[in-house]
Each structure stands twice: as structure tokens, then as C-alpha cells.
Design a protein around this ligand. Structure first.
Ligand SMILES: *[C@@H]1O[C@H](CO)[C@@H](O)[C@H](O)[C@H]1NC(C)=O
Length: 274
């Protein structure tokens, strides 16, 4: 291999190895996948386009298809053709804008029909396409909160069906969980109760942006406390009874004694006078 062809190979290799910098266009959606949208509000998706100085975006297309179900029904949300990539919205509630560095899709008055996989396709001046996609779902309220119990290990587990981003918290007799009651796992779903057997009312509360829902587990009433109180009451009663009895006995005894001594004195007196 002569020097010239070696140089050529080296340049070719460099170009090949160069990561999406000079000769490679890329696009990525900036929003965290999946995106959840509260119905009635607006969906906003932003995509960033990266390309080298010699490259140019010649077409931007936003499309949507259902996340599941076949056959996939692809809908064009907007196309932005031509050198100035001016966008034409294909859905009545869509507003799409695009420029060389990025593009924004806005969908007003979001409804569950707008759920799906949104794809952005960018075409360069040579007709090479690059795509990025992102799942969009409606933001769901909290559904079906339940508490299950593992009696043998004093563990309570809170469950929730399909609400978006559920946050779990626990209450014991309507108060926050104190250290004496137990400890909660990091995700908030599991409560490790420190006493066994479990007693009282445990409530799991699940919250998200749309509200909250609760479920309560009612264990046996807290016996020890009730029993303790009853015992104390019984002891107090007994003490009072014994004391009353004692006082009564003492009073009777004193009365009898005084009566007897008075009788004796009377006898003496009579004896003296006789
Ligand atoms: C209770 O929890 C323990 C420890 O996590 C587990 O090993 C056991 O299988 C659980 N029992 C039931 C009935 O779920």
C-alpha cells in the first residue's frame, strides 16, 4: 500500500468513525418518554435536530399511530416541507413549527383519541431520513386502591390499578405513621408494622395530579390497651370497695365499743350509789 492510498484510507476511516458530527443528522425528542397529558390541556412535544454545517433539513414530518392494535393506523399530524420548512398542520387542533435546529408540536384540547406513538421524521437535503419517537398517553386518575395484608409478617401492601404517577402514603388512626407504629418502604407501597399482631385502622392514600383515593385495612381492635384499662378500672373499684368496707367495719366496731364502755360506767355509777 503506497502512502497516498494509506492517507485515503485513514480519511475514510476517520469519516466513518466520526459519531454524528459532521455528516450525520440526528433528531431526538426532549420530553421524557412516555409523556402523560391531562385531558383538556395541551400536549407539547419538542424535538432537537442536530446536524453538521454542510447539512440541511429539507423536510420535517410529525406522525402519530396507536400504541397498540393492528393494523397500525398512521395519521400525519403536520408536514413541514421545502427549504424554509414551513409547517402545514393536518389535524384541526395541531400547531407545529420547525426550524433547522428543532421543532415543536402542540396539540390543544387533548383527548384520549390523541393517545399514541408520536414520531418525528427529519429528511436531509440528500433524502436521508432520521426518526425519533415518543409515547403519549392521557394522564389517568388514581384507580382501585387496595390494601393487602401479610399477617404472619405484619406487612401491609398498598396497591393501585392504573393511575398515572401514583404517590403512596400511610395513615394510622388518621395520623402519620410514627416510628412506634412502623416504617414505610421507599416507594411508599409497603408498611412494616412494628407490633404483632396488627391492630387498629391503617389507611393507604394514593395521590396524583388529579386527586386522591384511599383504602383502609381494619385489623382487630387494639386489645391490650382496652384490657389494660378494664383491669385498672376493676382494681380501682376493688380498692374503693375494700376501703369502704374497712371504714364501715371500723365505725361499727367503734360504736359498739363506746356503747359497751358506757354500759360499764353506768354499772359502776349504780354500784357507787348503792
Ligand atoms: C409474607 O411476607 C414474607 C416476607 O416478605 C414472605 O416470605 C411470605 O411469603 C409472605 N406471606 C404471604 C402469605 O404472602
Amino acid at each position: 500500500m503506497d502512502l497516498h492510498s494509506f492517507q485515503c484510507w485513514r480519511v475514510a476511516l476517520l469519516l466513518l468513525l466520526m459519531p454524528c458530527g459532521y455528516r450525520c443528522m440526528s433528531v431526538h425528542i426532549l420530553d421524557e418518554d412516555p409523556v402523560h397529558v391531562i385531558p383538556g390541556t395541551s400536549l407539547v412535544l419538542q424535538a432537537q435536530i442536530n446536524h453538521g454545517p454542510l447539512e440541511e433539513v429539507s423536510m420535517v414530518t410529525w406522525e402519530r399511530e396507536p400504541e397498540t392494535g393492528s393494523p397500525p393506523r398512521k395519521v400525519t399530524v403536520a408536514t413541514c416541507p421545502g427549504k424554509n420548512i414551513k409547517c402545514v398542520d393536518k389535524l384541526p387542533n395541531a400547531h407545529v413549527s420547525a426550524e433547522q435546529q428543532g421543532t415543536t408540536l402542540k396539540l390543544e384540547g387533548y383527548t384520549p383519541e390523541d393517545n399514541g406513538v408520536y414520531a418525528i421524521t427529519v429528511t436531509d437535503q440528500n433524502g436521508v431520513k432520521t426518526t425519533a419517537q415518543c409515547i403519549v398517553r392521557e394522564y389517568e386518575p388514581v384507580h382501585h386502591v387496595s390494601v393487602s395484608v401479610n399477617v404472619s409478617h405484619s406487612i401491609l401492601v398498598c396497591g393501585e390499578a392504573w393511575g398515572t404517577d401514583p404517590q403512596f402514603s400511610w395513615l394510622y388512626e388518621r395520623d402519620a405513621i410514627s416510628k412506634s407504629v412502623g416504617s414505610v418502604s421507599k416507594d411508599g407501597k409497603t408498611l412494616y408494622v412494628s407490633s404483632a399482631p396488627i391492630c387498629g385502622h391503617f389507611t393507604c392514600m394514593v395521590t396524583n395530579k388529579l386527586g386522591h383515593s384511599v383504602a383502609t385495612y381494619t385489623a382487630a381492635p387494639c386489645e391490650t390497651e382496652g384490657k389494660g384499662r378494664a383491669t385498672t378500672a376493676a382494681v380501682v373499684c376493688l380498692v374503693i370497695l375494700v376501703a369502704c368496707g374497712g371504714v364501715l367495719a371500723f365505725l361499727l366496731w367503734r360504736r359498739k365499743r363506746r356503747y359497751n364502755s358506757r354500759g360499764e360506767r353506768l354499772h359502776e355509777h349504780l354500784d357507787d350509789s348503792i
